[in-house]
Design a protein around this ligand. Sequence first.
Ligand SMILES: Cc1cc2nc3c(=O)[nH]c(=O)nc-3n(C[C@H](O)[C@H](O)[C@H](O)COP(=O)(O)O)c2cc1C
Length: 383
Amino acid sequence: MDLHQTYPALSDLRARARRRLPPFVWDYLDSATGSEATKHRNRSALDQIGFEPSILHGPFSPDLTAPLLGHDFPLPVGIAPVGMSGLIWERAELHLAQAAAHAGLPFCLSTVASRSPEDLAPHLGNHPWFQLYPPKDEGIRKDMLARARDAGFTGLILTVDVPVASRRERQTRSGLTSPPRLTPRLLAQVAMHPAWAWAMKGERDIHMRTLDKYSDLQANLPPTEHIGYLLRTSPDWDYLRWLRDHWQGHLIVKGVLKGADAARIEAEGADAIWVSNHAGRQFDAAPATISALPGVRAATSLPVLFDSGIEGGLDILRAMALGADFVFLGRGFHYALAALGPAGPAHLIDILTRDMAANMGQLGARDLKSLPPPFLLDAPVKM
Ligand SMILES: Cc1cc2nc3c(=O)[nH]c(=O)nc-3n(C[C@H](O)[C@H](O)[C@H](O)COP(=O)(O)O)c2cc1C
């Protein structure tokens, strides 16, 4: 079957994922916090970024390669860290790591993933990064860094936009607990979604395996207060300095929206800045990431990574034209997995590749350094 005939866009994968996932799993993946205005703002702000198409530029094959942190990548796309991916599809982290390795793209493993660095070590490609939710305890901190390094992770991502747990009301309403407990209501949902139930038949115990070593807490906490929150702290600038001193690989700070923060993070010795609002899952009055990007770009000479709301190749070009060096997707890769199983992530990479190439053809851009200047669509007409 030609997947491009049936699922030509990420929206097709999302629609199929929604049909196949029980609502409590769907809500975990798809929800944001509050009224979810920030999530929608990410999308509507991206839609406002326009380009003038080019004409009469003759035929060419665009070059999609992008340099980042000393490597040339075939595409400026990576897989963002997502906690508890294993709830969304069986062995999700393994499939994602393998898809990234196969495509030569970065893969990020969350501290609160359902697989540990050790589980993933045999499946990692050349660009695995470990995302750190910062443990309070210095001993645990050192141990996690050593485990990530020994498993082969070359980059460390410090996520800074979760100073406290967010409320994620839709997720709470869905009835999901941590660790997931199948109540009669959730079991009824599972029964109505046989594709997910069948895929998950071998997954008996979905939990945050990286943290097993540090706690045997079995409390049935509400969904936004899992064991990850019990171990972690809200990091400060001293914490960032400590990490810089103790991690020899690339250090990336994720969740930055202000230029002044980016400049200070650069001064502290980080290697890259990641513009993100966590897909609107943390704070419902945050700016759209595409609106925050130019200010961050102007404030730092470090590579700028970007996420939150990317749905296709055109969005990637919008972010690159506004100063991003690389783009990540979180939910998209999980929609792909839930829609098509292990074949999904590779198909999404293919969709993004084709979509970037088609739009670069419209723009007459032979490579990612030659994108024309973007402008705001629907801006008032100047007379
Ligand atoms: C279900 C879910 C879980 C997430 N878990 C984490 C996490 O553990 N650590 C982290 O830094 N970001 C986490 N994120 C945020 C993603 O890394 C990324 O910033 C976001 O998903 C990008 O937006 P997108 O989903 O629109 O592509 C999570 C996002 C989702 C949707």
